[in-house]
Design a protein around this ligand. Structure first.
Ligand SMILES: Nc1ncnc2c1ncn2[C@@H]1O[C@H](COP(=O)(O)OP(=O)(O)OP(=O)(O)O)[C@@H](O)[C@H]1O
Ligand SMILES: [Mg+2]
Length: 252
């Protein structure tokens, strides 16, 4: 469903110099697969998922990306979302003054292309709030404003469950959450996968804990802007044993 072929990506820095942050990355995902993307801080994991979602700061200078037979790079962020792409952000944006309920209802109605009453929408959102462990009073606060780290991540999961994406890009959905929060998120993802078996996921993570609940089909290691190793779960053992040092040579 997703074919990334040799993409290189630049970003404009404040000094207006264009810097290459991704080099020749390739990755293929089939429907229903769970891919894990690991790598040291600053290796380019978030840049890759931002690029896939269409963040305007990230310019693809070479290579191609096809998503369900379409040219992903030709699609606007809005179209990517409509076609089932979802990004759970590493650092979700706080938007003071934008009420959670209005925001969620708006993104939902745009996706289902129908209007819905507030009353009916609350019936839809209530069980999802329950699943992610957020209280109904959250609906009347501003988006992510003053949310704790764990609440922000659970709110990312809530949006995912509401929009029912086909390809989920989960950028450190497990970071900054406590043990109970991690279980909630992992069970939420498990449930989602059970009901939507064709949904594929790229899980960006630094930790193995979440992978006790979601078995990866493929594991990738990224270093210095390139995917330098792709394999099975045994890569996770190697990383735990020897760290990323072992890959450093290949990433120069
Ligand atoms: N918008 C940007 N402007 C300037 N530099 C950027 C931008 N986005 C990413 N970079 C740089 O690209 C490199 C890769 O960053 P990225 O956030 O993708 O790493 P990461 O692998 O997600 O790291 P972490 O594990 O810490 O989240 C870093 O050196 C970062 O500073
Ligand atoms: Mg990151």
């Amino acid at each position: 469903m997703l074919k990334i072929k040799n993409i290189s990506v630049t970003v404009d820095t404040p000094e207006s110099k264009s810097t290459t942050i991704l080099k020749n990355c390739s990755l293929q995902i089939k429907p229903g697969q769970i891919h894990v993307l690991m790598g040291p801080n600053g290796s380019g994991k978030s840049s890759l998922v931002y690029t896939l979602m269409g963040h305007p700061a990230y310019q693809v200078t070479s290579g191609t990306v096809s998503y369900m037979e379409d040219d992903l790079l030709e699609m606007s962020v809005h179209e990517r979302s409509q076609k089932g792409l979802y990004l759970s952000m590493q650092q979700p944006q706080e938007v003071a003054g934008l009420q959670v309920l209005s925001y969620l209802k708006e993104i939902y109605t745009v996706h289902i292309k129908k209007t819905i009453s507030v009353h009916d929408f609350v019936q839809i959102i209530r069980p999802l709030l329950d699943t992610v462990g957020l209280s109904e009073s959250m609906l009347y606060r501003s988006v992510n404003d003053g949310f704790s780290g764990g609440e922000k991540k659970r709110f990312e999961l809530l949006q995912m469950m509401l929009l029912k994406p086909k390809l989920c890009l989960l950028d450190e959905i497990d970071s900054g959450v406590d043990v109970d929060g991690l279980k909630l998120i992992a069970h939420g993802l498990q449930e989602y996968k059970k009901h939507n078996p064709d949904t594929a996921m790229i899980i960006v993570t630094h930790y193995r804990s979440i992978l006790q609940y979601l078995t990866p089909d493929v594991v990738h290691v990224m270093m210095n802007g390139s995917i330098i190793s792709t394999g099975q779960s045994d890569i996770l053992d190697q990383i735990e044993d020897k760290g990323y040092e072992q890959y450093a040579k290949g990433a120069q």
